[in-house]
Design a protein around this ligand. Structure first.
Ligand SMILES: Cc1cc2nc3c(=O)[nH]c(=O)nc-3n(C[C@H](O)[C@H](O)[C@H](O)COP(=O)(O)O)c2cc1C
Length: 351
């Protein structure tokens, strides 16, 4: 993989194209991986294009403030990085590079449990960055407690529980996945674990099946809330008032409702996130912060999500495309594009 970004990439779409030219077929497929027919994956992007902005003209938009406070941390603009697995597939510096890219733009990154770099390494590489940690559900509460404590010690400021993956994919695996790079999973396996095989192997898959908890419930969320001082965010909420996942979460004291369909990688046939956002914002009624990811590719998409009530949006694949093209700098470039586009869209909308 060469280090240079496509010299003319001035939009997320161009970064996507440049990354896809560069990445191996294995990684391209892994990143796109649309569930079943990919309906939800496509809808996420297309749905944004159905919404229209009505501008207010002749307002003084000379100075625009894109900054936002998210769970008490001030970010320069409301676009942060969603948790995605194994950044080493995109770049040898892996999650450390992503964290540096995010910190250089003063925005937040959610570190996935499925990462090659340890949460401590990521914290040390970008100490000033705002970091959240995506924690898996495990059968052993002791393991969860140890990971919670590690995240707290390493300065992570929120915990993200992904609730739209009731069945972890490795529990269904019948044939091994042979990754083109070697990596480890230091935020899943603890120092005293004996880890069989490599990630993707059937041996490691069955060991993971033994320690993780499929079909987590609200009881697990309650346990996490009780056992950490960090704010808890639930990622993967799609139902607002009837039925009421967003409401139940707020009643449990969850701090952030993260509207997501996993970028269309889990269940296909789910609605586009932007389409369900207003219902969820209404159900939450200002009692928690509401975020969104899925299909955000331009600053105008960001503005539409904010206009419909999201406090901040997250990007999954676009950050990986930036990382693949140019490491930390590529992540920074993708974020800068979205920030500049948002600022321009705000001016044109008169806000
Ligand atoms: C390669 C890849 C790996 C992902 N890994 C995780 C993960 O470990 N945990 C998680 O909650 N979501 C994961 N996601 C979903 C993202 O957090 C996010 O919801 C999605 O990518 C947003 O859609 P977008 O890619 O259109 O921005 C992953 C997505 C991709 C593309």
């Amino acid at each position: 993989m060469s280090e240079n970004v496509h010299p003319k990439a001035t939009s997320v779409a161009e970064f996507e194209k440049a990354a896809n030219e560069k990445l191996s077929e294995f990684v391209r497929t892994y990143y796109s991986h649309p569930g079943e027919g990919g309906q939800t994956h496509r809808d996420n992007c297309r749905a944004f294009k159905r919404y229209r902005l009505i501008p207010r003209n002749l307002r003084d938009v000379y100075i625009r403030d894109t900054s936002v406070t998210v769970l008490g941390s001030k970010l320069d603009f409301p676009v942060a990085i969603a948790p995605t697995a194994v950044h080493k597939l995109a770049h040898p510096d892996a999650e450390v590079a992503t964290a540096k890219g995010a910190a250089s733009m003063n925005t937040s990154m959610v570190l996935s449990s499925w990462s090659h770099c340890s949460l401590e390494q990521v914290a040390a590489a970008a100490p000033r960055g705002v970091r959240w940690f995506y924690l898996l559900f495990y059968r052993d509460r002791g393991r969860m407690k140890r990971l919670l404590e590690r995240a707290e010690w390493a300065g992570y400021t929120a915990l993200v529980l992904t609730v739209d993956s009731p069945i972890y994919p490795f529990t269904l695996r019948k044939t091994p996945v042979v990754f083109p790079v070697q990596f480890r999973l230091p935020n899943v396996w603890l120092d005293d674990d004996v880890v069989p095989g490599s990630p993707g192997s059937l041996e490691q898959g069955s060991a993971l099946t033994k320690i993780t908890k499929n079909a987590a419930t609200w009881e697990d969320v309650k346990w996490v809330k009780k056992n950490t001082r960090l704010p808890v965010v639930l990622k993967g909420i799609l139902s607002g008032s009837i039925p009421e996942d967003a409401r139940t979460a707020v009643d449990l004291g969850v701090s952030g409702i993260y509207v997501s369909n996993h970028g269309g990688r889990e269940q296909d046939g789910l609605p586009a996130t932007i389409d369900v956002l207003p219902d969820i914002v209404r159900a939450v009624g200002g009692e928690a912060e509401v975020y969104l990811d899925g299909g955000v590719r331009t600053g105008t998409d960001v503005l539409k999500a904010l206009a419909l009530g999201a406090r901040c949006v997250f990007i999954g694949r676009p950050a990986l495309w930036g990382l693949a093209c140019n490491g930390a700098e590529g992540v920074q470039q993708v974020l800068q594009i979205l920030k500049d586009e948002l600022s321009l869209a705000m001016a044109r909308a008169g806000t």
